[in-house]
Design a protein around this ligand. Structure first.
Ligand SMILES: [Zn+2]
Length: 292
């Protein structure tokens, strides 16, 4: 049985992202497309997301222009392709606070957000540092941190400290402290709801950007190679990569990075009229495909 339908929803992209951001090391020349995506998980009476993208207004728009982001569409437009509205989303698992993952909190007015307590606390601390430390704030919109605090005021924020299993049935939150960010986490879905799952998916956030982070560039001799942006340590990213692949049943293809364009080569997908891709990873029992 499959408890949940799972879709990777592209909501914008960067056409020419330097390869050195995806894969650590000065030898990585050239550019590749970087899709910006969030994940929708629907089933068991719930509609949930991993991350929420950004809002193309105010400082979110400024950051997007800096990074060369194109073709942004609202969650209303993006979710309509799978028959959902943003107001129906009940639960958001926030992998980390970078603007392209957390910049659209206001787009989901009925959702409760889960984030690592460390992620919230350490970004507040980072905001308090003097100007010469501003590299640490790369990719952060301070207004997003304020919106996160406001979620707490509204009773819609759950601060998780470390791992939390079965946060909803079959879904586990796994902390990866001091890696890509201070308090990153990844989301593991056991889609058969079994404790030892034969149908596991891992949603990496930015703990990996692409499959080379899990495989290296030589298929005959795989290795872990970290991404090119870490607030924390490369060691932490490498060890978290091992954890994620293990929890995905040893199959790197079931570790899903939202910034990996080549998911289209592994799973059914289609391009919507917006020019944005919808990738279908799983269908809950009784659900019909949104890509065929
Ligand atoms: Zn990030």
């Amino acid at each position: 049985m499959s408890a949940y339908s799972i879709w990777v929803m592209e909501y914008a992209y960067v056409i020419n992202q330097p390869t050195g951001l995806f894969i650590y090391g000065a030898n990585n020349q050239g550019y590749r497309k970087m899709p910006y995506c969030y994940i929708v998980i629907k089933g068991q009476g719930r509609s949930m997301m991993v991350d929420v993208g950004y809002n193309h207004e105010a400082y979110g728009k400024v950051l997007a222009a800096q990074y060369g982001v194109e073709n942004w569409h609202s969650p209303t437009d993006v979710l309509a392709e799978i028959g959902l509205q943003p107001a129906e989303i009940t639960t958001v698992f926030q992998t980390h606070a970078h603007f392209d993952h957390m910049g659209n909190i206001e787009g989901f007015p009925n959702a409760t957000f889960y984030i690592q307590q460390r992620e919230l606390e350490k970004w507040v601390w980072t905001m308090s540092l003097e100007r010469r430390f501003r590299w640490l704030m790369l990719g952060i919109d301070p207004a997003d941190i304020m919106r996160l605090v406001d979620l707490a005021r509204q009773g819609r924020l759950v601060c998780v400290d470390g791992d939390r299993e079965n946060v909803v049935p079959g879904i586990d939150l796994r902390a990866a402290f001091d890696t890509h960010t201070w308090g990153s986490m990844y989301v593991a879905v056991r889609n058969d709801l079994a404790a030892q799952s034969d149908d596991a998916w891992v949603f990496s956030g930015d703990l990996v950007y692409c499959h080379e982070n899990l495989r290296g560039t030589d298929p005959a001799d795989p290795q872990y190679v970290p991404i090119g942006l870490a607030t924390g340590s490369q060691f932490g990213l490498i060890m978290t990569s091992e954890d994620m692949v293990t929890r995905a049943g040893g199959d790197y293809r079931r570790v899903i990075p939202g910034h990996e364009e080549r998911l289209r080569d592994l799973y059914p997908s289609r391009i919507a009229a917006t020019g944005l891709r919808i990738t279908e990873l799983a269908l809950a029992d009784g659900e019909s495909s949104r890509v065929r």
